[in-house]
Design a protein around this ligand. Structure first.
Ligand SMILES: [Zn+2]
Length: 632
């Protein structure tokens, strides 16, 4: 998963999966398909309706609403938005009872003579709030339907053995895209081929009034498609060079892993300002959501260029090979998140590599992205108290965490720090092998194999380090223990150095930070004043402990009102930093904190400071070869 919305995560409850009453779903019943029909015709009103027909036997039955969603790394099933639940048998209502300790669990008693349950329920997609798959996913013109939001499943049968027969009603005239195979479609109603519950939930449906399909297959041996659903026709008009880069992404991905493990691959990309931007990986597709003009305007295109590469990499590193602790037989049991530094961290590194190799990023942009990651993690005081692995174990509490004091708290650092650590693995393999091997060889060996069919092979930490050892003999256990499992106050910059570069700070704006500023998201002055603030509202997002801003007791969440006696603007603040560097006088700020105004002087004369990479002349430049395309 790659994300950009950050709101509160739901609290977790103790796992009950091992303690469910014995399932009353007989083995032969489990083999009969559960039918589900989802009616999306009212999705512009933010109501989706589902009807299920579930074969059952008389007696007590436990029904479950999916709780821990794959890829979202937490108990994010939107149970609060499940309404209108009515269960019937032979046309008569059957009472249900929710578990008093777990809101995702329902109990019923199936009467004698009833062989099939008729279940009706509604899902209310939120307008705001929620997180990831349960965040805003509809507008008047587009909607993403995630099956897990609209179904119940019987306890006691593996999600890989339960079979669902699904169909869908679309809003009139809308088009749809999904990795599910269409059996038949007529006007606005679509019937899909039977699949397991696991595959159904792994296959969301993107729909929209404005839709375009782009073939990305190129020279690949199987079909790759990009499906755009948008709030306008204009949003679909992507540039030819962007289209060509997405096509190259497919070719570069397959060559990196020397394989593909899907029958075909569908990138679903929904473009709307009324949905939350993020991406969720699936085996044969990915659910990507961005703002309406994300593929049209330069700054958002650059900032989001890594989304599709990241989710594409997950088809191998997440769906085909997955840490054993993250594999599952149901959606109710918590997971072991320790190896998210591989699942997400390695994906972040390879995703960034493919973003460059595909041409979605030019080298100077890739360098500035890497420099920014290195600088942020080098100015992360939180690394003095918690090791990186702790951020994996606490992941679901950190996704939605506020930006205030984030550098002291740490966030889901295993994504960005994964970029640095796996770059170091790459350069270390190259150093150990006299530059004859690289992480590409590891990818081909660990994620490769026969192409064509989806498969899942789990792995352990030991198997991972053994596989690295097979590529280049080294004490990888100690390498990772030092960087991930121990408190590591210094950011791991060995990969940048190993690749022949170093982190420097100059007055020249960093391209990524400049794009964040231009899109109105954030003015990033972390490496000069020690703060970030909203470009539009002047609200202080974060203050770095130990920085001039922290020394002046500026508070995250407070609002900048004036700079040197004049109403604040981004341009004025930049000018004040320049002037202070010239005349040595402190910068005067007026800030509002919880209705109280305060004048603050910032003793900072160091000028603008932005992170960049600089070549080390006496070392070989491996970074350029790492980022260079392997296909012609
Ligand atoms: Zn991810």
């Amino acid at each position: 998963m790659k994300f950009s919305c950050r709101v509160s995560a739901a609290a977790t409850l103790a796992a009950l999966a091992l303690f469910f009453p014995t399932s009353m779903v007989g083995a032969e019943r489990a083999r009969e398909p559960i039918e589900i029909h989802v009616d999306m015709s009212r999705s512009p009103q933010r109501i989706m309706h589902a009807q299920l027909e579930m074969p059952v036997e008389p007696g007590p039955l436990t029904l479950l609403y999916p709780k821990y969603m794959p890829g979202e790394h937490g108990p994010t099933g939107p149970i609060a938005e499940l309404v209108g639940l009515v269960i019937q048998g032979n046309g008569k209502p059957i009472a249900w009872d929710r578990d008093s300790r777990d809101v995702f669990t329902f109990y019923i008693d199936v009467p004698v003579g009833v062989t099939k349950l008729d279940i009706k329920l509604d899902y209310l997609p939120p307008r705001s709030g929620g997180m990831f798959g349960n965040g805003p996913a509809t507008s008047d013109r587009v909607a993403v339907m995630s099956w897990h939001t609209l179904l119940l499943y019987p306890a006691g049968v593996s999600i890989h053995d339960l079979i669902y027969r699904s169909s869908l009603t679309l809003p009139a005239g809308w088009r749809y895209a999904t990795a599910l195979r269409t059996k038949k479609s007529r006007r606005d109603r679509v019937h899909f081929e039977d699949v397991s519950l696991a595959e159904l939930i792994d296959s969301p449906v993107a729909t929209g009034a404005h839709y375009r399909q782009i073939d990305l297959t190129g020279s690949a041996a199987t079909a790759h498609r990009l499906h755009l659903s948008a709030d306008s026709e204009a949003a679909l008009e992507i540039r030819p060079e962007t289209e060509a880069a997405f096509r190259k992404l497919v070719a570069e991905g397959i060559i990196l892993f020397d394989s593909y493990h899907y029958r075909s691959y569908d990138f679903l990309l929904t473009l709307s300002d009324h949905i939350d931007a993020f991406g969720l990986e699936h085996h044969e597709s990915s659910d990507n959501r961005l703002a309406e003009r994300a593929l049209i305007d330069d700054a958002p295109l650059n900032l989001n260029a890594g989304l599709l590469p990241h989710e594409f990499v997950h088809s191998w590193n997440a769906k085909t090979r997955r840490p054993a602790g993250l594999t599952r037989e149901d959606y109710q049991e918590p997971y072991e998140a320790d190896l998210l530094w591989v699942y997400e961290g390695l994906t972040s590194y390879l995703g960034d590599v493919l973003t460059s190799r595909s041409g979605l990023w030019q080298p100077d942009y890739a360098h500035d992205s890497l420099a920014l990651i290195a600088a942020v993690l080098s100015n992360r005081p939180g690394r003095e108290w918690r090791p990186l692995v702790d951020t994996t174990r606490a992941a679901y509490t950190l996704y939605g965490v506020a930006s205030e004091w984030k550098s002291w708290r740490r966030g889901v650092d295993f994504y960005d720090e994964g970029v640095l650590i796996w770059l170091e693995v790459d350069t270390q393999i190259r150093a150990l092998s006299g530059n004859t091997r690289s992480i590409d060889d590891f990818c081909a060996a660990f994620f490769g194999g026969t192409s064509g069919q989806p498969e899942l092979k789990s792995y352990t930490y030991e198997e991972l380090t053994q596989a690295l050892n097979d590529v280049a003999a080294y004490d990888w256990r100690k390498f990772f223990d030092d960087r991930i499992y121990s408190v590591a106050p210094k950011a791991p910059l060995g990969g940048i150095y190993g690749a022949g570069w170093k982190l420097v700070y100059t007055e020249e704006p960093n391209l990524v930070q400049a794009d964040y500023d231009e899109t109105g998201e954030e003015l990033d002055l972390r490496f000069s004043l020690g703060l970030t603030l909203g470009t539009k509202d002047g609200r202080l997002r974060d203050v770095l402990p130990g920085s001039p801003a922290a020394a002046s007791e500026l508070t995250p969440g407070s609002k900048l009102v004036a700079v040197n006696g004049r109403r604040w603007s981004s341009e004025l603040l930049h000018r004040a930093i320049h002037e202070a560097a010239k005349d040595g006088r402190p910068i005067r700020l007026l800030v509002e904190n919880s209705e109280f105004f305060r004048e603050v002087t910032l003793d900072y004369t160091g000028g603008e400071r932005y992170p960049h990479l600089e070549r080390i002349a006496e070392r070989a430049d491996l970074l350029t070869s790492i980022l260079a395309p392997r296909t012609p």
